[in-house]
Design a protein around this ligand. Structure first.
Ligand SMILES: Nc1ncnc2c1ncn2[C@@H]1O[C@H](COP(=O)(O)OP(=O)(O)O)[C@@H](O)[C@H]1O
Ligand SMILES: [Mg+2]
Length: 315
């Protein structure tokens, strides 16, 4: 392993994934450092799973460089895989086995001795809050419990890098919250994580840094809060105003506006001076006889960054 990049767990340079003629990942560059939670945020089809699968050695790299733990994934996949934990997007637990048996069987893939595997399985069940489900058959578990088991299973080999592909997609808010709690705990313990998601809330809660992906390309990267400040400022003012009257309504307040976008039937104004703009447009609307049918001032978030960069929403 090259010493100077010891703290770089993943290095991707000009990474490409093609399926036949279709380029799903169009030359992306990013690095994941030891101890951080790194996010791939983007809507369905952005290329998140394609990237994740290349990193965990499940899908060959078409072009570019991809190093994990300082080694080339294409030539050193076997040794790299033994140091990674994977939570795939699609559940692939053995439905006919019990919760604990799923862990034990999986430990076998890492040549773990049976008594060691048993102890490790019990530790993981306790950590994932699954001890009382130890003997339950997997096909009878709820989606949230299955997901927690899949995360636990990924921890069996004490991985140096945990890859989570959409860890909470399809879960209800409560189950999602329980998963977030466990992932936060893993973060506190210093686990390096690469997480894909199309939930901005998940990305902002968990990720130290992230890339925003769209159609196989990186639109932006950085810390969630920095991206918000850089692109959209602190506040979003949503206004229900007829399309043809929007320019007229904000005329004269442009200096206070970072950007504005159409969001469904509304317009959304990005600004660091929300109250001032709200007063300004209210007076202007009254003066010009423009109807504002709806108004809401709220803090900005990553969804706004995505909307501003693409003109589309994440979901
Ligand atoms: N095995 C495949 N064959 C052909 N196209 C694929 C395959 N897997 C993914 N794709 C396409 O690649 C693009 C990116 O997919 P994916 O990486 O799954 O995105 P995401 O995980 O962000 O939803 C999509 O347009 C998808 O249809
Ligand atoms: Mg995916």
């Amino acid at each position: 392993m090259s010493g100077q990049n010891n703290d770089k767990v993943v290095i991707a340079r000009g990474l490409v994934k093609r399926f036949g003629d279709f380029e799903a990942v169009k030359g992306v560059d990013f690095t994941v450092s030891r101890g951080e939670c790194f996010g791939l945020l983007g809507p369905n089809g952005a290329g998140k799973t394609s990237i994740a699968k290349m990193i965990y050695g499940f899908s060959p790299v078409t072009a570019g460089k991809l190093e994990v733990f300082g080694e080339d994934i294409m030539t050193r996949a076997r040794s790299i895989k033994s140091r990674i934990g994977v939570v795939p997007q699609e559940d692939n637990l053995d439905p006919e086995l019990s919760v604990r048996e799923n862990l034990i069987i999986y430990a076998g893939y890492f040549q773990m001795k049976r008594d060691l595997a048993g102890g490790r399985a019990d530790e993981i069940l306790a950590f994932m809050d699954l001890s009382d489900k130890s003997g339950a058959v997997v096909e009878h578990l709820s989606g949230g419990l299955k997901r927690r088991l899949t995360i636990g299973r990924a921890l069996i080999n004490q991985p140096e890098l945990l890859i989570l592909d959409e860890p909470t997609t399809g879960l209800d808010p409560y189950a999602r919250h329980l998963v977030w709690q466990r992932l936060r705990k893993l973060k506190e313990m210093g686990t390096t994580m690469l997480l894909t998601t199309h939930y901005l809330e998940e990305a902002s809660q968990l990720c130290d840094r992230l890339i925003i992906l769209h159609l196989g390309k990186i639109l932006e990267q950085g810390k969630p809060e920095e991206l918000v400040v850089r692109h959209v400022g602190q506040e979003a003012l949503e206004l229900g105003v007829n399309t043809s009257q929007r320019d007229l309504l904000i005329k004269g307040s442009e200096d206070l506006i970072r950007a504005w976008q159409t969001l469904g039937d509304d317009m959304v104004i990005y600004t660091d001076h929300g109250r001032q703009i709200a007063v300004f447009v209210a007076e202007r609307a009254a003066g010009l006889g423009i109807t504002i049918s709806y108004q809401r001032l709220r803090p900005t978030n990553l969804e706004d960054v995505f909307l501003k960069l693409t003109g589309e929403t994440l979901n």
